[in-house]
Design a protein around this ligand. Structure first.
Ligand code: HEM
Ligand SMILES: *[C@@H]1O[C@H](CO)[C@@H](O)[C@H](O)[C@H]1NC(C)=O
Ligand SMILES: *[C@@H]1O[C@H](CO)[C@@H](O)[C@H](O)[C@H]1NC(C)=O
Length: 322
């Protein structure tokens, strides 16, 4: 009898606990679509695989789209909206114009998902899954993606200009942007490790390779050969963010920083005599420590201000509101 009533009390306690924890994590959960779209996960994975098989860099481009979505008014698919007469979207904002890519791949994935479960899965969640699949396919960590985000009905070029950090940012500025979104300094360093894959345009690192002193001489010379010094010349020429292994998701980004071979000013800021040096050193010598911190930080980034419940919508076409 005593054990029966304590069982009842325990059960009620756990139900309440799940209820409150559910509210505080804004109802996102890895099995959100397990009944309504059981084929979602393999459908996205298959299509991310074929996009990366076609062009390896696409994994990097898809990962970056999720970051640029989450940092502008939360992970709400707003970056995917084309400009309209009623709002100027984020695609042509300063950090994205001539830079953000992968929108056609997202369209392909969205149509594949619409084919298996029409009107159910948000574009915001598709971005979260493509980011995870890209990292995993290129050799990085795996994690369970929390789902249940809904799509924004508007986008903001002004917010994108302000919220996405510039490659000229110093450590203080980077920290305050991340901290303002509930991400820690350690998250900043771990997430910057995404620059272990992908490419950057000359215009984003010219100032560093010609004018800064905290970089390796031979690295600067190599970077200069494909990035002319004059503004406006060769602006779109590409260089790998991680010169050692630009298509594999490993920890070499951090050993580059230790040897003063960070490509962007913002990269080298993380190892420039400041408070984040020790985190960079740890990640450079401990790949599994980086891998698990990166996965945890991606989950936290994916938690930024989602639209849930009856807010927002499930967009039919990721480029336009319903
Ligand atoms: C910490 C602040 C950050 C700054 C200032 C920054 C800046 C940049 C810049 C300037 C580029 C090159 C863009 C171009 O030349 O068109 C770039 C590329 C990239 N960024 Fe970041 N980034 C930051 C953090 C992140 C985070 C948190 C992620 C993901 C978790 C990320 C993922 C990427 C990837 C994968 C690329 C390569 C994209 C491609 O090849 O298409 N970045 N970033
Ligand atoms: C965003 O930045 C771009 C490029 O600097 C600029 O042309 C545009 O006017 C800005 N938009 C807003 C709304 O601030
Ligand atoms: C080149 O552009 C950078 C960044 O916009 C600017 O700070 C610099 O003064 C420009 N250099 C010249 C020589 O115009």
């Amino acid at each position: 009898m005593a054990s029966f009533s304590s069982l009842v009390i325990t059960t009620i306690f756990f139900k309440l606990l799940v209820f409150f924890v559910g509210i505080s994590s804004a109802q996102l959960s890895p099995d959100f679509y397990s009944k309504t779209c059981p084929d979602l996960i393999p459908t996205v994975k298959y299509n991310v695989h074929s996009a990366i098989n076609k062009e390896t860099r696409m994994g990097a481009s898809l990962l970056r789209l999720f970051f640029h979505d989450c940092f502008v008014n939360g992970c709400d698919g707003s970056i995917l909206l084309d400009d309209t007469s009623s709002f100027t979207g984020e695609k042509n904002a300063a950090p994205n114009a001539n830079s953000a890519r992968g929108f056609e791949v997202v369209d392909t994935i969205k149509s594949a998902v619409e084919n298996v479960c029409p009107g159910v899965v948000s574009c915001a969640d598709i971005l979260a899954l493509t980011a995870r699949d890209s990292v995993k396919i290129l050799g990085g960590p795996n994690w369970d993606v929390k789902l249940g985000r809904r799509d924004a009905r508007t986008a903001s070029q002004g917010a994108a200009n302000k919220s996405i950090p510039a490659p000229t940012a110093n450590l203080n500025a980077l920290n305050s942007r991340f901290n303002a979104l509930g991400l820690s300094t350690q998250d900043l360093v771990a997430l910057s490790g995404a620059h272990t894959i992908g490419q950057a345009r000359c215009t984003t690192f010219r100032g560093r390779i010609y004018n800064e002193n905290n970089l390796d001489d031979s690295f600067a010379q190599t970077a200069q050969t494909n990035c002319p010094s004059a503004n406006g010349t060769g602006d779109n020429n590409l260089a790998p963010l991680d010169l050692q292994s630009p298509t594999s998701f490993d920890n070499s980004y951090f050993s580059n920083l230790v040897s003063k071979k960070g490509l962007l000013h913002s990269d080298q800021e993380l190892f420039n005599g400041g408070s984040t040096d020790s985190i960079v050193t740890t990640y450079s010598s401990n790949p599994s420590n980086f891998a698990s911190d990166f996965a945890a930080a991606m989950i936290r980034m994916g938690d930024i201000s989602p639209l849930t419940g009856s807010n927002g919508e499930i967009r039919m076409n990721c480029r336009v509101i319903n």
